[in-house]
Structures are given as C-alpha cells and as structure tokens.
Design a protein around this ligand. Structure first.
Ligand code: BEZ
Length: 416
C-alpha cells in the first residue's frame, strides 16, 4: 500500500508559490511537470490559457470579399493543426476593418485593450495600416499584416512589432514596369484609387517603366473607396493616346472598373496591365470576358506548380466551393506564421522580444513557394510572377507567363 505524503506550506511559502504560478501564466502557458520540451513541438494544451488572436479585417464595403477570403484561409490553417499553437487553444476575436482608418484604429485599440488579445492579425487597406502603425509601435503589441501593402511600413515607418506576410505595394509592380516596356508598349496612361496603396503602386510601376525608357502620358486618381460612375474615367483612358493602361484596383472597385473597361469596348483593343489584385481569382467570375488578356504582376497564381499549392487550392475549393485566391493564400500563410512562432516560444507570448525573434525566424514551403521574412524589414521575400488572363478549361484564370525571380522590398524609396 502506498501513502501520499502531504506537506503543509506556511502562509509565506504559499504566497510565494502562488505568485510564481500567476507570473508563469501571464508570460505563457503552464508547461508539463517534466519542464520545457527540448524541441519546438507544441506542449500539451491542458492547463494553458487560450491564445487570443484579434482579427481586424474588412467584412463590409469594397474590400469585404478580401476579408472573407483571408479569414477562410487563416481558419483553414488553424483547423489543420487542431486549432492549437504552443499548447494553447486558438481563440479568434473578429472586428470589421471597414475602409475608414480612424474607425479601424478604434477597433484595433479595443482588441488589444478590452479583449486583451495576445496579438492582432489582418488589415487589408494601406490607409488603415498606416493609421494603426503608431498604436502597435508605442504599446509594443505585435501586429501581423495579412494584406495591406503600404511601402512606408517596411521603410521609414517600420516597427519591430509589425510584420507583413503579404507584400509591399512595390513588390508586384516594380518588375511589371520593366516587363510592360519590353512586352506591351512604350506609352502608358495610369488609373489608380486616390489613397496610399494606389499612389505606392503607380510609383513602383512608373519607376521601372520610365527607367527602361517608357513614357507616362498621365495619371488618373479615382475617388476611394467608391469611385462612383466609372464612365468619365474610362472615357479619359480611351482618349489618352496610350499604348496601354496600367491600373490597380481590388475587390468591388476592380469589378466595377474592369467591367466598365469591357463595356466601353476597350478589352482586346487597348491592352490592360495591372497589379494582379485587379484581375485576381476572387473577381474574375464577376468580371467575365472584360478581363480577358489582362497582364499582371503578383506573388501567386492559382495554377502555381508546387505540391503545397495543389493541396491548398483543392482543400479551399472543397471548403468554400470557390477557387482559391491570393488573399486566401495570405490568410493561410499568416495562420502558419502565427502557429509556428507560438510553437517555437512554447506558447509564451509575454516575452515580446522572444516572440518577435520567433516570428522573424519562421520559414516554410507554402502555396506560393518558399516563405521567409526579411529580418531587416519584417516583410516577406517572395517570387513575383507575370500573369495573363486566359480561358482555361472553360473558365478564366491567371496563367503564368514568367517568373521574374525572388523580389525583396528595397527597404527605402530609392526604387519607387
Ligand atoms: C492596400 O490597401 O494596401 C491593398 C488593398 C487591396 C489589395 C492590395 C492592396
């Protein structure tokens, strides 16, 4: 017969032990009695507090479909690992980003201060990302941007607390400018929405297009978020005398703009070159033949030939009954970055320096190929593809014309 030996603690000993346990909980989950595991494998979830992730994504206005795709991709990844990371159960608190920077900033504050999330992920609009930057930097809370491409956040306004799994607005457009000069035409007219992302994207495109010898005949800035009647803008483009049009639009605005381009008879007569979001798989079904022949630069394509992408696109279609798109990929990869980083810290989110080091060190093969963070800028380094909208098996898709290689943001404004 075995006897349990009980030990009575003095009041002082009890308070000391209770304080240590409370401290351990604030810094991370309670690990098993054997101590931390020697590898980065996730400890068991039993006694650990949930991992609270604040999701700030648009579920309304012109970027609502982007928010839905990013959410679906992220949830798909979390489900694939049993909704746990570092031994903690993943708990999501979602807020609607909308498109208004001030209102979105209040939602970010609420997630951190009221909901007490461990970190925030999301943000689609560059305007919102710029408005939230100081809050995360000053309060030393981690933000992982899953879309918004604002160049400044990787350059003069970068913060050690802010990461980006998506792209800078510069990345898909700078290689596209050179390619368009060599393959499409020498004179361009530009159309972009009048906010941060539109200006970043046109600047990147113009930088390399003009360096190659191209001429920009004019720039058209349309109201953001809603451009209103596209007719006057399309008419101006049709009468510009350009060899081709360069544009950036996304979500609802991309559908409005590209459909009007087709309705005015410009598809197939005035070549259309764009940042790939404008004709991405999320909008192609609504744009139809108006998008045919559009040439674009982007960091992914539906038929990108690698095993992870094949499985991801098949699983996404089963889950949503839709083809995958670049925003879903970004959500999926953001989920993986979070899980792998939290596994690496054994669930500890209290030590911000360790968490930041872990996020910066995450590398894997994802749907877009090799995924890695630039340790200097905290922005993803990735291949950029030149794509062409073609009919494939009875539907429109982006077909890869060229892999322009691995593109890292320069980290300053020297190249647009
Ligand atoms: C942006 O605001 O940074 C953005 C929005 C939609 C697609 C791409 C970029």
């Amino acid at each position: 017969m075995t006897h349990k030996r009980t030990t009575r603690l003095s009041r002082r000993q009890f308070l000391k032990a209770a304080g240590a346990a409370a401290g351990a909980l604030a810094a991370g989950p309670v690990l098993s009695a054997c101590g931390p595991a020697a590898t980065t494998a996730a400890p068991t979830a039993t006694a650990s507090p949930p991992l609270k992730i604040g999701i700030l994504l648009p579920y309304s206005d012109i970027y609502a479909a982007l928010g839905e795709s990013i959410t679906a991709g992220m949830e798909m990844y979390f489900e694939s690992v049993g909704n746990t990371a570092g031994g903690r159960k993943i708990e999501l608190t979602k807020e609607d980003e909308g498109t208004k920077p001030d209102e979105a900033l209040q939602k970010a504050r609420k997630l951190v201060e009221q909901d007490k999330v461990d970190l925030v992920a999301g943000i689609v609009s560059s305007g919102v990302a710029a408005a939230c930057r100081d809050f995360f930097d000053e309060t030393q809370n981690v933000l992982i941007i899953a879309n918004a491409g604002s160049n400044a956040l990787t350059r003069a306004a970068k913060s050690k607390y802010i990461f980006r799994t998506s792209f800078t607005n510069w990345q898909p457009n700078w290689p596209l400018g050179t390619w368009a000069y060599e393959n499409v035409g020498k004179k361009a007219m530009i159309s972009v929405p009048d906010y941060g992302a539109g200006h970043d994207m046109e600047k990147a495109f113009m930088n390399s297009f003009q360096a190659a010898g191209g001429e920009v005949l004019g720039q058209q800035y349309t109201p953001f978020p809603n451009m209103g009647d596209p007719a006057p803008f399309i008419t101006e483009l049709a009468n510009s005398g350009a060899d081709f049009i360069y544009a950036f639009y996304s979500g609802g605005a991309a559908v409005t703009f590209v459909k009007a381009y087709g309705d005015f008879g410009l598809t197939g007569t005035l070549p259309f070159v764009c940042a790939g979001f404008a004709v991405e798989e999320d909008v192609l079904p609504a744009q139809g033949n108006a998008a045919l022949g559009a040439k674009s630069g982007l960091h992914w394509a539906l038929r990108l030939d690698n095993e992870v992408n094949k499985k991801f696109t098949a699983d996404y279609k089963t889950r949503t009954s839709k083809d995958a798109n670049v925003f879903a990929v970004q959500g999926y990869d953001t989920g993986r970055v979070i899980v792998e980083a939290i596994n690496a810290t054994q669930g500890n989110t209290g030590d911000k320096d360790k968490l930041i080091e872990a996020i910066a060190g995450v590398t894997f093969d994802g749907p877009r190929g090799a995924f890695k963070m630039d340790p200097n800028t905290h922005n993803v380094i990735q291949h950029i593809y030149i794509r062409d909208v073609q009919e494939v098996d009875g539907a429109l898709h982006n077909v890869i014309l060229k892999d322009v290689g691995e593109i890292a943001d320069p980290g300053d404004d020297s190249k647009g």
